[in-house]
Design a protein around this ligand. Structure first.
Ligand code: ATP
Ligand code: MG
Ligand code: MG
Ligand code: MG
Length: 563
């Protein structure tokens, strides 16, 4: 490839809409362009990188016995209604109707589709296990599409589904995929960690997320310095709040079961909130019914109406002085209120139960906004404290370390959740019918590309890990008008290409500074520079993008060394 022909319109300025480095650099390097919020065109350089990641994913899936297929993006509503997810999935699902008013969605994931497929064709235990996968666009109408490819509304995912006879088979498939995922992200040249995860909306139990370590990661992870414990902090939190404190109602959010919300992650996802920023959760009864309040670190409160019946949870005020202050301030218009009927709902908001005062309906609830002289310390029902650096490891007690991570993949044990809902059964050795035991395993292919940049860049641009670089080497003649330089550049470019090194030649009539800046921005791992000195001294300068190290090789040795 020649740079003069490459469709990679680079930008000098950082586009204002891009908040994270990968988004900024992919725009600047002419790799992606936005079509709509969370929807992007991949230009040739990006597409090359994506194909490399896909190739690695394919090889590792195939090595474990995975078989590739391709399912439709358009999925009929009926199969989603069978599992109940048509209602549960909520607004994140892109829905559409055909001309006959039949309902469809654009696949956010494919458990329904694949289980429906397999149930109609697989009858016998002899046909199991099956590992089926595809690499395809997925559609999720994310409430906040942002960070470029990190959280798109259309994105590329590899999804594999395993079908086994029993739990032992599932364990085996799961371990295979866990191993394959570790190999995939190592082969991509990324620093990553598998962590224990909460299985969220997909359901089932037993799950790991694969996290690329990067400061910009949305997830907080904790890992032990002594044993192999590593978890998504959200998961660690959920475990922590399941402890019931005596007297005070502690609310494990997982138990706030509403038809549409399963866990704190689902609740927060539903609201477009970052679960890691919620510092407390409070449930209480209002005249509108039970309500769950999520209080964020910046003290913004989101109230969610709960569909289930929920008994009022009394909170204890942490601070006697505050109680007195609140009682005093409301006595004037409500009459005397007993302390146990006062509840701090959130900072500066107090809920009063009037029933004890005037014998009114216990649903008769008043809110009072108080502006105290000093900060109120609200009573905390569920204190969702993030695991912090040096907290004791839940497994062995040694101090944990923390890091930020980008979720690039996740493996789940689904057990029989979908096979039961969709009646995907087989006949075992004794002719007895049994549900297939399933797992599902996703890699965010386009997110992996973005994560690679988040982890590998400097102030000048991207630094591609060699295995996923769009080209491994760029050959730059300093002066393209100099025939001798150009001829030598062509020669080295030809030799490298012939040796199977993916090479690009910057044949543009540009100043060297411009060429070097573009090469750094796009992030080719090696730059071969051919200048006046090369011709005089017979030495080619080779610069390593990552380290900035420069080495000189004799012209005739160059291709051999670079290769
Ligand atoms: P997140 O927690 O970031 O919303 P998820 O847990 O909903 O992701 P999964 O259902 O586990 O995602 O999907 C498998 C993989 O697909 C994820 O690990 C991630 O790499 C990728 N992925 C999910 N949502 C997006 C998205 N909106 N944009 C790009 N990649 C995504
Ligand atoms: Mg999601
Ligand atoms: Mg997730
Ligand atoms: Mg996930």
């Amino acid at each position: 490839m020649r740079v003069s022909q490459l469709y990679a319109p680079t930008l000098r300025e950082t586009p204002a809409e891009a908040e994270v480095v990968s988004h900024q650099l992919m725009l600047r390097a002419g790799m992606i362009r936005k079509a709509a919020g969370g929807v992007y065109t991949y230009l040739p350089l990006a597409w090359k990188v994506l194909k490399k990641i896909e190739a690695i994913v394919r090889e590792e899936m195939d090595a474990k016995g995975g078989q590739e297929l391709l399912m439709p993006i358009i999925q009929p509503a009926e199969m989603w209604q069978e599992t109940g997810r048509w209602d549960v999935y909520g607004e994140e699902m892109f829905r559409l109707r055909d001309r006959h008013s039949r309902n469809f969605c654009l696949g956010p994931t494919h458990e329904e589709m694949i289980t429906t497929l397999v149930r109609s064709d697989v009858r016998s235990y002899r046909q199991l296990p099956l590992l089926l996968y595809q690499i395809q666009n997925k559609y999720r109408d994310e409430i906040r599409p942002r960070f470029g490819l990190m959280r798109g509304r259309e994105f590329i995912m590899k999804d594999l589904y395993s079908f086994d006879r029993d739990e032992a088979g599932l364990d085996e498939s799961y371990n295979k995929m866990y191993d394959a995922y570790s190999r995939i992200f190592s082969r991509c040249g990324l620093e990553f960690r598998p962590v224990e995860a909460d299985s969220g909306a997909i359901g089932g139990s037993g799950s790991h997320e694969f996290m690329v370590i990067a400061d910009s990661g949305e997830a907080a992870i904790a890992f032990c310095s002594a044993c192999d414990y590593a978890a998504n902090v959200e998961k660690a939190e959920l475990q922590a709040i399941e402890v019931e404190a005596d007297g005070t109602a502690v609310l494990p959010l997982e138990r706030v079961a509403t038809p549409n919300m399963k866990s704190i992650k689902e609740v927060t996802r539903f609201l477009g909130m970052d679960a890691t920023r919620i510092i407390k959760t409070i449930a209480y009864q209002t005249d509108k019914g039970p309500v769950l309040a999520l209080v964020r670190g910046d003290h913004e409160v989101n109230e969610i109406k709960l569909k289930n019946k929920l008994d009022c949870l009394y909170l204890e005020l942490a601070n006697e002085a505050v109680i007195a202050e609140v009682l005093e301030s409301c006595a004037g218009f409500l009459g005397p209120v007993k302390a146990q009927n006062v509840t701090v709902v959130a900072d500066h908001t107090v809920m009063l139960m009037r029933d004890a005062v005037c014998g009114a309906n216990s649903q008769d609830v008043h809110y009072l906004h108080v502006q105290p002289q000093r900060d109120i310390q609200p009573a905390i029902v569920a204190d969702i404290r993030l695991i912090q650096e040096n907290d004791p490891c839940p497994r062995c007690g040694a101090p944990v370390k923390t890091a930020r991570g980008i979720e690039v993949g996740q493996v789940f044990k689904l057990h029989t959740k979908y096979s039961q809902a969709l009646n995907a059964v087989y006949l075992d050795e004794n002719g007895k019918e049994a549900p297939m035991v399933m797992g599902c395993y996703g890699v965010g292919v386009s997110r992996t590309m973005a994560a690679a940049i988040e982890q590998n860049h400097d102030e000048n641009g991207i630094i591609w890990p060699v295995p996923i670089a769009p080209y491994q080497v760029i050959v730059v003649p300093v002066n393209a008008k100099d025939a001798a330089q150009m001829a030598l550049a062509e020669k080295i470019y030809g030799e490298l290409s012939a040796a199977g090194v993916e090479t690009i030649l910057d044949d543009r009539n540009e100043r060297p500074g411009v060429k070097f800046k573009d090469a750094d921005l796009i992030g080719y791992p090696l730059r071969v520079i051919i200048g006046p000195k090369t011709l005089q001294e017979g030495k080619v300068e080779v610069k390593v993008r990552r380290s900035g190290e420069i080495e000189f090789f004799a012209i005739e040795q160059c291709s051999g060394k670079v290769k």
